[in-house]
Design a protein around this ligand. Sequence first.
Ligand SMILES: Cc1cc2nc3c(=O)[nH]c(=O)nc-3n(C[C@H](O)[C@H](O)[C@H](O)COP(=O)(O)O)c2cc1C
Length: 219
Amino acid sequence: MKKLLYLFLAMFVAVGLYACVPDDDSVDELPLETPENQDESDSDTTSETGKTLIVYYSYTNNVHAVVSDLRTQMKADAVRVQPAEKGLDYAANNYAIGGAQIQAIRDNPDKESSYPAIDPVDVKFEEYDTIIVAAPLWWSNMATPLQTFLFNHGAKMAGKQIGLIVSSASSGISGVESDAKRLIPNGKFLTPSLWIRSSQTSGCHSMIAEWLKKIGYVK
Ligand SMILES: Cc1cc2nc3c(=O)[nH]c(=O)nc-3n(C[C@H](O)[C@H](O)[C@H](O)COP(=O)(O)O)c2cc1C
């Protein structure tokens, strides 16, 4: 009987521990996150610009962490782009797969087949005035899944205010800015873009707060 009690106790603790593990992939199941899902306790800033969408990709979750912090500072829907092909190791062999994908786009930027397929995403672009694009830098360019998203939908962002956030280990972000301008040709880009090095991810809160003031999003 005592053994049975211990068994139940162990099961209870195990279930409890599992429930505490943060689920970084939760957005995968919910492509479009709305502010209703957000903890708004920290969202005391006011948007000057109307409804906002954040669109991002994140392979090793640095951009995901930045976007999570950003969403404590503004009300915004968010969509996380996901490659259609699962389980690719973009960093293996000196980032070979990511490098090959970037090269294919550089060689033929106007051809749809240059861009890796992504999971379909249903976004009503007409609802948004401001779109924040948050991207990892790959080989000095924008990570390829996000380039695919913008290749497919960038034209629908014409006339909208576009903010750009880039995460890189150390490389400067001008190549990513050029990609964004090529893929959203008629976007009204807010300046400056925000560059957060991967080593600055955990301290990004104040960088984001400063940036939102600089681009005029908050007073
Ligand atoms: C395929 C690939 C290529 C990369 N190329 C560069 C690079 O050229 N310069 C750089 O500073 N960082 C490079 N990085 C590092 C990422 O930009 C950096 O780790 C970023 O924070 C990743 O964001 P994420 O965690 O949201 O995916 C590369 C990463 C990958 C996976």
